[in-house]
Design a protein around this ligand. Sequence first.
Ligand SMILES: [Zn+2]
Length: 420
Amino acid sequence: MTLYFTHNPNQNIKNINKHAVLDLIRFTPGGIARAGIAKQIGLSRAAVSTIVNDLIETGIIRNTEQRTKTSGRPRTLLEIDPDAGYIAGIDMGATHMRVVLTDFSAKAIAEKEISIDIAKGPDFCIAQTNELLENLLLENDLSLPKLAAIGVGVPGPIDSEAGMVIAPPIMPGWDRFPIRQTLEKLWGRPVSVNNDAELGALGEWVYGAGRGMRDLAYIKVGSGIGAGLLIDGRIYRGSTGSAGEIGHLTMDNDGPLCTCGNRGCLEAFSGGHAIAKRALEAVQAGKRTQLSQMKPDDLTAKDVAAAARRGDLVAQQVMAEAGEHLGVAMAGLVNIFNPDIIVVGGGVAQIGDLFLEPIRRTVTQRSLPAAADSVRITTAVLGRRSSSLGAVVQALSLAVHDIAEGKQVSILQSMPDGVA
Ligand SMILES: [Zn+2]
């Protein structure tokens, strides 16, 4: 298992075993002991002990005991020390932004979500991000220098090495804007920038519905629709970082116009904006629905989902149609990619089975039985936090590997002896 999620050009090749040990400790479901590490990497117990002791000294990892159900000696497992530092994960969507502050075990200390409009461009949105982060830090007696790293997700195809989006369909003004460079300069901390759906896949794989799976697809259904693909335990980005742009799969050549300029994309049928538009059309056609009491301009997918949950038949019909279209696209994904699990996340998916059932039904009808029978389709365990916690996973990768390389010290190490 080699799991270098974060491109880190400064990572010293000499320390490759150290990084491999760290990744095993972070990503083995149920934890791992020294003997397990030796077996996985093919090193001697002595070599592993040297590396582990070295890592314990830097303050990133610690021993933890796990008692097995049968009586016997407790196993000594290794884990990332939660107190080694702080991380921020930021999920910038098209219409919402969530910031989460965590310790090194990704346990949330504080989080906040606000409305944004990604189309207002980088200057405006980065100022908003900065304000939200600084306020959250202040409220929790923290400051930027205390953050070991910051992870950011954005809703567009990413060149992770350059830290910028390339020709993003729903991010006007952001094309090739140096996001990572700008944020690192602003905050003075290491920053990783990744695609939001990709981060959703990572978040659910490490902390959510996909733990221990090898092949996972995460579909983020918000205003836009994107997929993050984890193949054989690794994020699949494609040749230019735009893999998983399932929202722009053509469902109907002559279908409704999409934000990307094409017609009939999945997003134009099942995305949040499309759901609101369909509901509005039903209202205007005089159908009996609670939604007719709302101001047409204010109607959002969230309102449609809420009405559907209250039993409004028109709203339920709109959600079901959106789910069916998504199911058709997902059946294609299942045929091509044969995943263990598909996790449906994002704001729209929070409605649950009213959306999931038509998806499951359509995938079963339309994909090959060999693949359809084995795939589990579920909502995100982390709810609206999948992508922000995925951003934390990436930021932690930067932080722990920097500490292992001696480029940063952990908070524990920087404190006087015995104080932590
Ligand atoms: Zn499109």
